[in-house]
Design a protein around this ligand. Structure first.
Ligand SMILES: Cc1cc2nc3c(=O)[nH]c(=O)nc-3n(C[C@H](O)[C@H](O)[C@H](O)COP(=O)(O)OP(=O)(O)OC[C@H]3O[C@@H](n4cnc5c(N)ncnc54)[C@H](O)[C@@H]3O)c2cc1C
Length: 423
């Protein structure tokens, strides 16, 4: 059993301290509950800027924030670094890698991971961008490929190492493509003068007929135009059918040799054992009601990417974005306080605050509820919103200085290949 002081208060166990878990926990300060946070990491992470870490634009530490620091002054809050394994709902007990834990209310907010749609090879050979560990692995491979290209046996091997294939033309795919194109243009020729006339080729692959297909046609076209101007080959209506260590294959019969496959095409909820099979919906998401209660359970809730809440405008669930996680968490905190006061709960309505993606220096597409715009102003708006959303004043400052430095010098953060010691 995990050792947590017993009190008279009811205990809320929150699994995952991402956007949803962190918002909920903060809102439960002085709520009259005991709060226990379970996370497999000891930090909160900011996935919207993962692509900048992957492309060596930012150091990982500037988009991470230690959980213990956030909750230093919270009374009766307990953090345990552990991986969740299963729920035993009959006994109100959670099994984790650090032991079992009793709960009065359980909130599952441990997010989502890559879905490979059954392709074992894609899982094996591609690099994902769903966690900071994956992103650092991607960055190391990217930098290693540039190093290895200088000692390649022949031109075929060198070109293979310099080809980058990004699969998935959603915001993550578009943003990493834009960042890599910028790196290719401004950094690589300076760091690797021998490669001056041999540019890396960046391919962005999308199965649908346009990139950013959750945005308007105009924003998609603008994004494509910006990417192509930056030197990215955008292939829409193109479906990857498989891969091996050095190539990606396509339904059309085409093949691209590559040393780096970046996978941003699929997402599925992180799995947890012990729940009824009928509470799992599309992509493993947990079906919840309008108060985030998991189907069939009174005292188990799910928030954010792991949850599937249908609303009239979103019959298949909300988009898996930060605002959904944050808004659901805010409402759940209010509802948990109402439960303590024997009041009825309030139902969720999603307020869409807009979508945006950046494609590199001075370029972004932005769709707010009443206005759509792109280009330089969009880029400023994108930077402002992301900077304001980062946890920690120091992180905000470091990122701002990094961006300013990069803007004026056309240089970026240190490009170090750092790997843990192999045993
Ligand atoms: C590359 C990338 C770019 C993105 N860009 C944007 C963007 O620009 N705008 C936007 O709105 N959204 C963006 N998103 C989506 C957004 O990050 C998610 O919707 C949001 O993080 C969901 O919040 P969450 O709290 O549900 O999960 P998360 O923020 O993913 O948090 C999950 C937490 O659970 C923990 N955890 C996971 N598994 C376990 C386990 N087994 N045991 C214990 N703890 C566990 C993790 O450590 C993490 O702290 C992006 C996502 C990615 C991957």
């Amino acid at each position: 059993m995990i050792n947590i002081p017993e009190t008279d208060k009811k205990r809320i166990v929150i699994v995952g301290c991402g956007f949803a878990g962190l918002t909920l926990a903060r809102k439960l300060k002085n709520s009259g509950y005991q709060v226990v946070i379970i996370d497999k990491h000891n930090y909160h992470q900011f996935p919207p800027l993962f692509y900048q870490v992957a492309s060596a634009g930012l150091e990982a530490s500037s988009i991470l924030f230690p959980l213990r620091k956030i909750f230093q002054n919270y009374k009766d809050f307990h953090i345990r670094k552990a991986e969740v394994i299963a729920v035993d709902s009959a006994n109100n007990k959670l099994a984790t890698s650090a032991g079992d834990l009793k709960y009065d209310y359980l909130v599952l907010a441990h997010g989502a991971t890559n879905a490979y749609f059954g392709s074992v090879k894609m899982q094996q050979y591609s690099k994902g961008m769903k966690s900071i560990a994956e992103v650092l692995d991607l960055r190391n491979s990217l930098l290693m490929n540039f190093e290895n290209s200088l000692v390649a046996g022949d031109e075929t091997e060198r070109d293979m190492l310099l080809n980058i294939v990004i699969i998935g033309g959603g915001p993550s795919g578009v943003e990493i493509a834009g960042a890599l194109a910028e790196m290719n243009r401004y950094i690589i020729p300076k760091d690797y003068p021998e490669l001056k006339n041999i540019r890396a080729k960046i391919y962005l692959i999308e199965a649908a007929d346009r990139v950013l297909n959750m945005m308007s046609q105009k924003s998609s076209e603008k994004a494509r135009e910006f990417l192509e101007k930056s030197g990215v080959s955008v292939l829409t209506d193109t479906k990857a059918s498989g891969c091996d260590e050095t190539s990606v294959f396509f339904d059309s019969g085409m093949k691209i040799s590559t040393g780096l496959i970046i996978w941003t095409a699929g997402i599925k909820a992180n799995f947890i054992n012990g729940l009824n099979p009928d509470c799992f919906g599309r992509a493993g998401r947990l079906v919840v009601d309008q108060c985030s209660r998991v189907k069939g359970y009174e005292n188990i809730f799910a928030l954010g990417d792991i949850s599937l809440m249908a609303e009239e405008k979103y019959p298949n669930g909300h988009p898996q974005v930060a605002q959904v996680a944050i808004q659901q968490a805010k409402l759940l905190s209010a509802n948990l306080k109402r439960l303590l006061a024997n009041k009825t709960t309030i139902e969720f309505r999603y307020r869409d605050l807009g979508t945006m993606a950046t494609i590199g220096r001075n370029l972004a597409v932005v769709e707010l509820p009443f206005i759509k715009f792109h280009g330089l102003f969009g880029w400023y708006v994108w930077m402002f919103i992301h900077l304001m959303s980062i946890v920690g004043v120091k992180n905000k400052l470091v990122i701002f200085l990094n961006w300013a430095w990069k803007y004026f010098t056309y240089d970026q953060s240190t490009r170090l290949i750092l790997r843990p010691k192999e045993k």
